[in-house]
Structures are given as C-alpha cells and as structure tokens.
Write a protein that binds this ligand. Structure first.
Ligand code: GTP
Length: 326
C-alpha cells in the first residue's frame, strides 16, 4: 500500500508590483488597491533618504516596510530579498495569516527589471511568491517627456502587464492622443485603462485568467542620473511663503523632477502633504495627525543630474530655518 505523503506544495503568495515614473500616481493607486478588502503587506521603496510615502498611505493594517535611500533596482536591491523572506517566515509561522498578498511600490525612477530578477530568479522566493501583476502608472500630461528623456520610464512601460493612465483631468486632448499613439507602438498588446480620480478600480486590473508568459530580465546594470536631497524644517514656515518659494524653485530649476513631503505650517496643527510633479505644484492636502508625529516637517527633492545648484539655493533661502541632507 502506498502511504499518503504530506502535501509539500507551498502556497505561493501573490505579489503585485506597482511601477511608474516620479509623481505618476503609484501611491494614489496603492491607496485605492488597499480598499479592496484583501489583507496586504506593503513594501514601499523611496529614492530619497527621508521616507514620505508611509505618511501618505490612508489605511494600513498589515505589515508595512519602507526601503528608502535608494532604488530597489540598484542601491537597495539587496534589501528586497531579505524583506520578502522575513515577511514569508512571519506568514508561515502565523496561525492567523497576517496578509494574503504583497504589494511592492517601487521608487519612480526604478527600472522594474532587477526587481523582477529577484522575484523570479531567487529560488527561495520564487518557490514562495507568485508575481501576480506589474502595474505601471503613467501621468498623461508628462508621460511623453519622461519617455523621451528617461530610459527608466520606457522600461516601466515595457514590463507592465497593465498600463494605468493618470492625471486625465489635467491633460489636454492633444496630450491624450499623443500618448495613445506612443503606446500603440511601445506597448501595443498591454491592456490600458485611464483612471478617473475617485472612480472604483475595475477588477480586471488584477484578474489574470492565464499565467503570464514572462521574459526574464537581462540583468543590464543600471546607472541612474538622479539625485535627491532632503530638507528638514527646524521651525514651521508660513504656507504662503513656502508655496511661493517652491513655485519659484520649480520655475527656475528644470532639473527638479519631484518635490514631496509632509510639512507643519504656522497656524495649524495637522500636517500638510506637499507634492509637485514636473513643473506643477499641487494644492496641499491636509493629513491627520498621527501618534508619534515628531512635528518636524520634511521635503524631499529629486533631480535629474546635479543637485548642487538647488542645494545652494535652498541653503540660502532657508538659512537656519531648515537643515539640508544629501
Ligand atoms: N489631478 C490629479 N492628481 C493626481 C492624479 N493621480 C495622482 N494625483 C496627484 O499627483 C501627486 C502624485 O501622486 P502620487 O500617487 O504620490 O505619485 P507617486 O507615483 O506615488 O509619486 P512618487 O512615489 O514620488 O514617484 C499627488 O498629489 C496625487 O494626489 C490624477 O489622476 N489627477
């Protein structure tokens, strides 16, 4: 008689990778995904040394890991495997499973290949995780310029299973048509959806009937031209002054691609989320005060190429009102 053997097949936890260029709407998409009721462990990678995205996440009742200070595709690539191993070991050891999927939000300048390389080629991980989908966000008004200037943006489109077009409310008909034309050659077979702010996400975004055929990454070394610096406020600035300083920096520094941060301003207790993408400074969003808030505002600036001129101007403008870290 053949003895029954224990079922040694490991259950693979699905992983969703969210990619997309700086400010294209990855965290916004993540916030929307987190409302679908699936318990989710989140791994966020931020290029700047001062992590900000965790404060912009609306709800999170499962594990959250922030890998900051570099890109998952290069400087902090080595941190992904141990993070996923720790999450899996905690999952294996728990009676009540702490999460049912993992979502990784990459930094806006990460190329997805090295991350996929870790997920698909690392034997221990490949046996315990299943790549469910690569979702790429593209901001319609700026996507054309980013695809022209940055190979990372083109790689994000090339590796995507779903392309999610954002900022449609700010895009002209010409920008929409131009991007549609561009994508018809860059990614003709990739299902594409224009996300309307506030609308529900359709289920098909994560619904894959057949296993996807995936190319294995070619392991080309990445060399980024991007730099970042962080500004930590020592005192709460007045919002009108700060707004005018940031607007003038955006107008005068074409190398400045992104500003984001959480700032406490004079006269209000709740912090404000400050964001710019491309030349546009968004209206600040009021955040809830959280336990453990240190009351220190911080902004991260990401540039393409040298950050020296921007650092010098920030030092002169804020003087003793803020500290600058590169
Ligand atoms: N008007 C408009 N604003 C949007 C839309 N999607 C996102 N935003 C705003 O764009 C800014 C950047 O969005 P995020 O979701 O933080 O972008 P991100 O890709 O996570 O940014 P990084 O992680 O820094 O690369 C935020 O102020 C969002 O509220 C959209 O469809 N329309």
């Amino acid at each position: 008689m053949i003895k029954p053997t224990a079922n040694t097949t490991l259950r693979k936890i699905p992983v969703v990778l969210i990619t997309g260029f700086l400010g294209s709407g990855k965290t916004t998409l993540l916030n929307r995904l987190l409302t679908d009721g699936v318990k989710t462990a989140v791994v966020i990678n931020e290029f700047g040394a001062e992590p900000v995205d965790q404060d912009l996440l609306q709800r999170q009742d499962a594990p959250l890991t922030v890998l900051s200070g570099g890109c998952l595709c290069c400087q902090v690539k080595g941190a992904l495997a141990p993070t996923l191993k720790n999450l899996r070991m905690a999952w294996d050891g728990a009676q009540d499973k702490p999460f049912a999927r993992v979502v990784i939000e990459t930094s806006g300048i990460a190329s997805p290949e090295p991350i996929l390389d870790t997920l698909l080629r690392e034997r221990w991980l490949a046996g315990r995780y299943r790549l469910q989908a690569v979702l790429a966000t593209l901001a319609i008004p700026t996507a054309g310029e980013h695809l022209d200037r940055f190979p990372e943006a083109a790689a994000q489109v090339a590796w995507a299973d779903r392309l999610l077009l954002t900022h449609a409310d700010l895009a002209t008909a010409g920008q929409q048509a131009e991007l549609a034309q561009r994508l018809s050659t860059l990614a003709p077979a990739t299902p594409t959806l224009t996300l309307q702010p506030g609308a529900d996400l359709p289920e098909w975004i994560l619904d894959f009937d057949a296993p996807l055929l995936r190319r294995l990454p070619d392991q080309t070394p990445i060399s980024h031209e991007f730099r970042s610096l962080s500004l930590i406020f020592s005192a709460a600035p007045a919002w009108p002054q700060l707004e005018s300083i940031l607007s003038s920096l955006l107008a005068n520094h074409p190398e400045l691609l992104r500003i984001k941060g959480v700032v406490y301003v004079a006269g209000r207790t709740e912090p404000l989320a400050i964001q710019s993408a491309g030349p546009r400074l968004y209206p600040p969003a009021v955040l809830q005060t959280r336990d453990g808030d240190d009351g220190c505002g911080r902004l991260v600036f990401i540039t393409s190429g040298d950050v020296g001129a921007l650092a010098a101007e920030l030092a002169e403008t804020f003087d003793s009102g803020a500290r600058i870290y590169r």
